[in-house]
Write a protein of this length. Structure first.
Length: 318
């Protein structure tokens, strides 16, 4: 490796097409917490977290195949002190088939670090399903090597599946966490206000016990359609677990979001349903300067809890 690259301020990595590591510079060694006398990783997978390994395999190589380069792919490297979030740009050198990568460390914390504990099993299941899907994808890669555009479309479809709730078609908890992370970053950068709404179905266990889980699933699907219709294109709605849903409303403070939530609550109460009518309890809050992901979600959860303790079928704003 040239001396200028070895001493560059950003990480620099040279790979073979099969992912084998040829060389890495001092800046990248420092990111990984490697000493000069330590044995260096021999494959890209050894540098990546599990989720980034799946993302790298699913997107990086197909993009290199179709375009010859990759721009600003978000990955998590493994170091001795934990995960290191980075942006990586890469280009393939046709003359030798090597892939040269520039890696810049990001100051933001890992967007998945703060996922709620009760969602851990779901995330692990997603990773397992993605691993299985990736094995199948590699088989497809061999079969359609001459059709790179079709492969790229299949990769996009896989990403949508990872971020979608299978029952309702809404965004899932993982997608919600990503969106909340982005809105909080926007608020920190330019004070772009937003509100968070969490709601769930009142006495949903009674619905399942009385009519069965199949009807319960239909109720969840009906509610999802009504929520998506009511929010239109002005916000983001997700199913975040069981009968619980979340809405992120950009450019709306608590008062506007509360008015929207009250109109939606009335709509649900007065709607026609295929099997049984339901009501919802709602908690509302808005983003604040000192918020973390945990504090804003807890505030909305506390407001939802207050709605339930106060008799259900109502909206509370904190």
């Amino acid at each position: 490796m040239q001396e200028q690259l070895d001493n560059a301020v950003c990480g620099y990595l040279i790979l073979k097409r099969d992912g084998q590591v040829i060389a890495l510079n001092q800046a990248l060694k420092k990111m990984l917490g490697l000493q000069d006398d330590q044995e260096l990783p021999n494959h890209m997978h050894q540098l990546l977290s599990i989720s980034s390994r799946v993302y790298f395999q699913t997107y990086f190589l197909p993009l290199i195949d179709t375009k010859g380069f990759v721009s600003e792919i978000y990955l998590n490297l493994k170091s001795k002190t934990g995960k290191v979030p980075v942006l990586m740009n890469a280009v393939e050198k046709p003359e030798n088939g090597r892939i040269e990568c520039a890696i810049i460390e990001m100051s933001v914390r890992d967007r998945y670090e703060q996922e709620l504990l009760q969602e851990q099993r779901k995330l692990e299941k997603i990773v397992q399903e993605t691993d299985r899907a990736n094995v199948e994808l590699q088989k497809i890669l061999r079969e359609v090597e001459d059709n790179k555009e079709e492969l790229y479309m299949l990769n996009e479809q896989l990403q949508r599946l990872v971020l979608t709730d299978a029952l309702t078609g809404l965004a899932n908890r993982r997608h919600f966490d990503e969106e909340l992370f982005e809105y909080m970053n926007l608020y920190e950068e330019n004070k772009s206000g937003f509100s968070l709404i969490i709601f769930d179905i009142d006495f949903f266990k009674k619905v399942n016990d009385t009519f069965g889980h199949q009807v319960g699933d239909i109720v969840l699907q009906e509610l999802s359609v009504k929520a998506q219709s009511h929010i239109a294109v002005t916000g983001f709605v997700a199913r975040i677990g069981g009968e619980e849903f979340a809405v992120i409303m950009p450019n709306k403070r608590a008062q506007e979001a509360t008015e929207w939530a009250e109109a939606f609550r009335r709509k649900i109460e007065e709607s026609s349903w295929l099997h049984t009518p339901i009501t919802i309890s709602v908690g509302v809050t808005d983003g604040r300067a000192d918020d973390t992901r945990e504090t804003i979600v807890k505030r909305a959860d506390d407001a939802l809890y207050n709605s339930k303790e106060s008799g259900r079928n109502r909206v509370t704003c904190y």
